[in-house]
Design a protein around this ligand. Structure first.
Ligand code: HEC
Ligand code: HEC
Length: 317
């Protein structure tokens, strides 16, 4: 009996030592780095910069990038990202203006797209979870964002200001070692959906381009970025999000469940929420749900049509 007890104690001791060594290893070795394996088409890419492409990219960026990267003086010099969970520590977004040192003026078009899709930077370092990834975005849209970054728009012009370099803490390092991994590049071109097919357009906007499912499923950690439908609690809400003061604002169930979802909202109700942030009962949606005022009625109706096809979940948040 004593022998068994001794054996168990010994085993526990070994486990504790292994855990401590493992944690120390993760903490000292920092964020993981990866091999940059850029396909030829990205290596040779020079995006087309004309007024309609830049306008398209600017519209996408107004919904996807500005909120985090716009710093003082209305320039994309980065800033303190203040709505992240405290556990992540103090995190800054970076300068993405055309400056060659402080910004991304030295990056090639392909390198920017490679980062946006996979999460791997040109030097092989990995952009942690607080920089979103866009693996399913159509080539036309992602190239338009790059065209906008290269354009003559005032907010992307070279600016030397730099933010402090992020010092990821143990949690971030741990997540990047075990849960958050680079995303695979899709092999074939990703075409924009047929804008006359409402369900296809709505699916693309809410799962490929605008990240509605990322916030509106159960948790960022259990989302499936490549096959969004496999995310736990797909569109059922409950993802714990924070407002600017650190208060909890869980995302809502936006499946068409009649009791806990949006099953009672008409198309007009949905249009008003998305455009103005006002629910039928007069209440306003709170940050981080911000109105999508640049979306057309047609696009919002398409999202509504697609959400109607998503299996309903009963989940009150
Ligand atoms: C939720 C906030 C957030 C959003 C939204 C966001 N970013 Fe970022 N971004 C960050 C943070 C934070 C970093 C710094 C990551 C790090 O520590 O490596 C970053 C890093 C980057 C970098 C790498 C810069 C460098 O020098 O390493 C690029 C390029 C970039 N973002 C472009 C974009 C673009 C383009 C968009 C929109 C399509 C976007 N980001 C949307 C937060 C965000
Ligand atoms: C950054 C995360 C985030 C993104 C991206 C996001 N949402 Fe939300 N959304 C939320 C949160 C959080 C709430 C809850 C706000 C509240 O309780 O006031 C919400 C609320 C809503 C509501 C109101 C539901 C109700 O309670 O009546 C609708 C509808 C909605 N979102 C649709 C969308 C659609 C469609 C998209 C994509 C175009 C989207 N959201 C993108 C976080 C997000």
């Amino acid at each position: 009996m004593k022998k068994i007890l001794k054996g168990i104690l010994y085993l526990i001791l070994v486990l504790v030592v292994v855990l401590i060594i493992g944690a120390a290893f993760i903490n000292f070795s920092g964020l993981p780095t990866y091999k940059v394996e850029m396909p030829e088409n990205l290596k040779n890419l020079h995006v087309k910069i004309d007024s309609s492409t830049v306008a398209r990219g600017e519209r996408m960026a107004s919904m996807l990038c500005i909120k985090c990267h716009m710093g003082e003086g209305n320039k994309l010099i980065g800033k303190h990202v203040d709505d992240l969970p405290k556990e992540f520590g103090t995190i800054y977004s970076y300068n993405i203006t055309q400056d060659k040192e402080a910004g991304i003026g030295n990056w090639t078009d392909g390198e920017i797209i490679y980062l946006l899709k996979t999460g791997i930077k040109r030097d092989g370092s990995y952009a942690p979870p607080y920089m979103p990834k866009f693996p399913l975005m159509a080539d036309e849209d992602i190239e338009a964002i790059v065209a906008w970054l290269r354009s003559d728009r005032p907010n992307v012009q070279a600016s030397k200001e730099k933010q402090a370099i992020n010092q990821p803490n143990f949690l971030v390092k741990f997540l990047c070692r075990v849960a958050m991994k680079p995303l695979p590049l899709q092999k074939s071109p990703i075409l924009s959906p047929d804008s006359n097919n409402a369900v296809a357009l709505g699916k693309y906007l809410s799962t490929g381009a605008l990240g509605c499912f990322q916030c509106h499923s159960q948790d960022f950690k259990t989302n499936n970025e490549i096959e969004p439908e496999k995310s736990i609690g797909f569109f059922g809400g409950g993802n714990p999000m924070l407002d600017m003061d650190g208060n909890l604002v869980p995302s809502q169930n936006i499946t068409f469940d009649k009791t806990s979802g949006i099953g009672n909202y008409s198309e007009d109700d949905f249009l008003r929420i998305l455009k103005e942030g006002k629910r039928p009962d007069g209440t306003s949606t709170r940050y981080p749900m911000e109105p999508y005022s640049v979306l057309s009625d047609n696009e919002i109706k398409a999202i509504y049509a697609y959400l109607k096809t998503v299996p309903t979940l009963t989940n009150k948040n």
